[in-house]
Design a protein around this ligand. Structure first.
Ligand SMILES: Cc1cc2nc3c(=O)[nH]c(=O)nc-3n(C[C@H](O)[C@H](O)[C@H](O)COP(=O)(O)OP(=O)(O)OC[C@H]3O[C@@H](n4cnc5c(N)ncnc54)[C@H](O)[C@@H]3O)c2cc1C
Length: 381
């Protein structure tokens, strides 16, 4: 058991934190308020920092980051602008899928995503996302093409992504009848519609409609009817990136709130000298640290090629929960200022609240953990 960071990980943490504080933090409220898409010069900074190449194959400039290293990046980005984490983790997912992509698709799409074009991952459907193996979007083989029909919803980067990776039914019912496809968003028959969400506003959630969309057979990722395995591989480790970005955001608010409270005078002394206040800070710090450890433990199991499903589910539901509780506490301890939009806490809370659903609601994670405890035969699913 070793809880320390390597020298290289300390370097990653410090350099990403310095970058994010200088380049991302000053703009994160602007993107939320304006509704603008990130400008090319802004995106170029993210590209130049290497954040879109963390786990790409070496020949595409990949940097060979471990999953723990990637978690450190997600946490640090979350401290500055939680919304940007999706761009970075999608590029990590591309690195995982690359090995199962046709070489021509690799050559075309990996450099485009690494150079700042957006991609979407589409699993969720209008009839429900928690049951990800039970989808109705269909792909039917027609000669050397697949024809896709269906709808995906709540998909990040709808409207701005150039390519979407879609799960679709190619076989019988349940998770074993699914395949995974790469669909350029300018393919005839693809339509995207955005909806208005309370947070994560850069990430532009919305629906994808597929109306007789024809794609070449080589656009299948991996093997036929093994799409769910792909989805779960990505979702499995991502369940740690999601809470780590929230923990980063909450940690930043906790530090800012602590500084504020040290200066704030209440009945003749610093607010932190009131035990009711300082104990709230201590509870938040304890919970964030415990949640952080769960995430890094699960990621280190992933790095070692070990099972990490129950650990990742613990990290996901509880990490997001305690991050949101911390953000709420910070808003409250800032008094009426905390409620003001000038301060960053309300945006961080809006951004992170959505993460309760994203990558599965807590009931799904509690079910996965329960299955680990009681065994499959006695588990809810
Ligand atoms: C910010 C954000 C970004 C997202 N980005 C993407 C994306 O890029 N791609 C993508 O595919 N999806 C995305 N999603 C969708 C997300 O994955 C789904 O919201 C999630 O899978 C849950 O599906 P659902 O919202 O349809 O809820 P449902 O499946 O309708 O569930 C509704 C509620 O029922 C309860 N519930 C569900 N199942 C069970 C159960 N077995 N036992 C007990 N209670 C249960 C839970 O409380 C759950 O919240 C995103 C969501 C958000 C909020």
């Amino acid at each position: 058991m070793d809880f320390s960071m390597t020298d290289n990980q300390i370097m990653i943490r410090d350099s990403v934190r310095a970058f994010a504080e200088k380049e991302l933090l000053p703009k994160f409220q602007h993107w939320d308020r304006s509704g603008e898409w990130l400008t090319p010069d802004y995106m170029q900074k993210i590209i130049d920092m290497g954040l879109l190449r963390l786990r790409l194959p070496e020949k595409f400039g990949g940097q060979g980051y471990s999953f723990v290293d990637c978690g450190i990046v997600c946490e640090e980005i979350g401290r500055a602008d939680h919304q940007i984490r999706y761009i970075i983790s999608n590029a990590i997912h591309l690195g995982e899928m690359a090995h199962a992509m046709h070489p021509e698709l690799q050559e075309e799409w990996i450099p485009r995503i690494a150079n700042g074009e957006m991609m979407s991952l589409a699993f969720t459907e209008p009839r429900g996302g928690a049951d990800a193996g039970n989808i109705t979007t269909k792909a039917v083989r027609d000669g050397d093409q697949w024809v896709l029909n269906g709808e995906k919803t709540s998909i990040t980067f709808t409207g701005v992504s150039k390519v979407v990776f879609v799960s679709a039914r190619t076989g019988g019912p349940g998770p074993r009848g699914l395949s995974f496809f790469l669909v350029p968003t300018d393919t005839p028959g693809v339509k995207m519609v955005n909806f208005d969400r309370m947070g994560q506003r850069i990430d532009r959630g919305g629906s994808f409609f597929f109306d007789n969309v024809r794609i070449p057979a080589r656009n299948m990722i991996g093997k036929e009817n093994e799409g769910f395995i792909w989805a779960m591989t990505i979702i499995g480790y991502n369940r740690n990136f999601v809470p780590l970005a929230c923990i980063g955001a909450a940690q930043k608010s906790l530090e800012e709130t602590t500084e504020y409270l040290k200066q704030r005078q209440i009945m003749g002394k610093s607010a932190t000298q009131w035990q009711g206040v300082s104990q709230e800070l201590a509870i938040c710090a304890t919970q964030l640290e415990a949640a952080r450890m769960l995430c890094y433990k699960a990621l280190s199991l992933k790095d070692k090629g070990m099972r990490h499903d129950a650990e990742s589910s613990m990290a996901k539901w509880w990490g997001v929960k305690v991050a949101n509780e911390t953000l709420y506490t910070c808003m409250r301890l800032n008094g009426h200022y905390g409620w003001a939009k000038d301060l960053p806490h309300e945006q961080r809370l809006r951004d992170c609240l959505g993460m309760e659903s994203a990558d599965g609601p807590r009931e799904i994670h509690l079910g996965i953990i329960a299955r680990d405890i009681v065994g499959k035969q006695f588990a809810p699913f």
